[in-house]
Design a protein around this ligand. Structure first.
Ligand SMILES: C[S@@+](CC[C@H](N)C(=O)[O-])C[C@H]1O[C@@H](n2cnc3c(N)ncnc32)[C@H](O)[C@@H]1O
Length: 281
């Protein structure tokens, strides 16, 4: 972008960081500039300073910041992403927690998909629950799925996907849990009804503090966009939001242990998993 000074861009990058926790590095500047240009064109603005002023001083309802955020987030996802991790969840952790809860007469499961993008992850979890629990209809199940990106959430709620999103879905699940029409794959209602989507900003302390009582938290491939400080703040809050004995799953390049040492770790099925100890608050 020609009329933008590096000082102004720094102010914007800092604003994005403070509001979302996402830290853009210098190598991403071209990516950001292109998206800012798109917003400025939509608003008929020529000067970047004018756009910056709008974001900083006149965007009272956060409307323009939301439009920009929707363009800046990276939404890459697909069903059954990181299949081995999903297997460990399904065959080990889920069975352990559900058996324990059933024995105690508490047949309820709460799962949080934090940074759910276009919905493939929470729907995958709903499919796994339907497959793994003998009597899924007798369980009180709630999968809460949240993202900062309003466009991604709209797509998630529609639950309609192209072939590339379902490429890793085992064929028998594809016919069981999707309706196929015109080359598109629509998630069936029995799965959709298990997931509740919500707009959430994971770097907003007030929104996150209210989250409690989860048996499982998935926050995969999101923390890579955060810096160390916002990453730690969020993972510390995940610890509080988990039930004792509950598990947390991050992306394969993200390690819970390096961020928060209160989590316990163990090896199941050849994989390391992190959980909150039974007697922890
Ligand atoms: C790469 S996707 C990961 C989707 C899914 N968890 C997976 O692993 O396939 C990262 C998502 O995190 C969301 N995100 C980034 N910052 C966020 C924030 N501060 N609050 C909520 N969601 C955020 C983005 O909008 C994006 O949809």
């Amino acid at each position: 972008m020609s009329n933008i000074t590096s000082g102004e861009l720094e102010v914007l990058i800092d604003l994005i960081y403070r509001k979302t926790g996402i830290r853009f590095e210098e190598k991403k500047l071209y990516f950001i500039s292109k998206r800012i240009e798109k917003r400025m064109n939509a608003l008929g603005m020529e000067k970047f300073s004018e756009y910056l002023r709008l974001l900083r001083f006149s965007d009272r309802d956060n409307h323009e910041f939301q439009q920009l955020t929707d363009l800046l987030t990276i939404n890459e996802t697909y069903f059954f992403r990181d299949f081995p991790q999903m297997e460990v969840f399904a065959e080990q952790c889920l069975l352990e927690v559900s058996e324990k809860k059933a024995k105690a007469g508490r047949r309820s499961l709460r799962i949080w998909s934090a940074g759910c993008s276009t919905g493939e992850e929470p729907y995958t979890l709903a499919i796994i629950l339907s497959e793994m629990l003998d009597d899924v209809s007798e369980w009180d199940i709630k999968i809460t799925a949240g993202d900062i990106d309003t466009n991604a959430l709209e797509k998630a709620k529609r639950g309609v996907y192209e072939i590339r999103s379902v490429r890793d879905v085992p064929p028998e699940y594809l016919s069981k849990y999707f309706k196929v029409s015109g080359g598109l794959y629509m998630v069936k209602d029995q799965i959709r009804n298990m997931v509740q989507f919500e707009h959430v900003n994971l770097s907003d302390k007030n929104q996150i503090r209210q989250k409690m009582g989860f048996d499982f938290i998935f926050c995969r491939n999101l923390l890579i966009y955060f810096d160390d400080i916002s990453r730690k703040r969020l993972v510390d809050q995940f610890y509080v939001a988990l039930n004792p004995g509950g598990y947390i799953f991050l992306g394969s390049s993200e390690s819970v242990g390096r961020i928060n040492t209160a989590f316990k770790l163990k090896k199941v099925g050849g994989h390391i998993v992190y959980y909150k100890g039974e007697n922890q608050l």
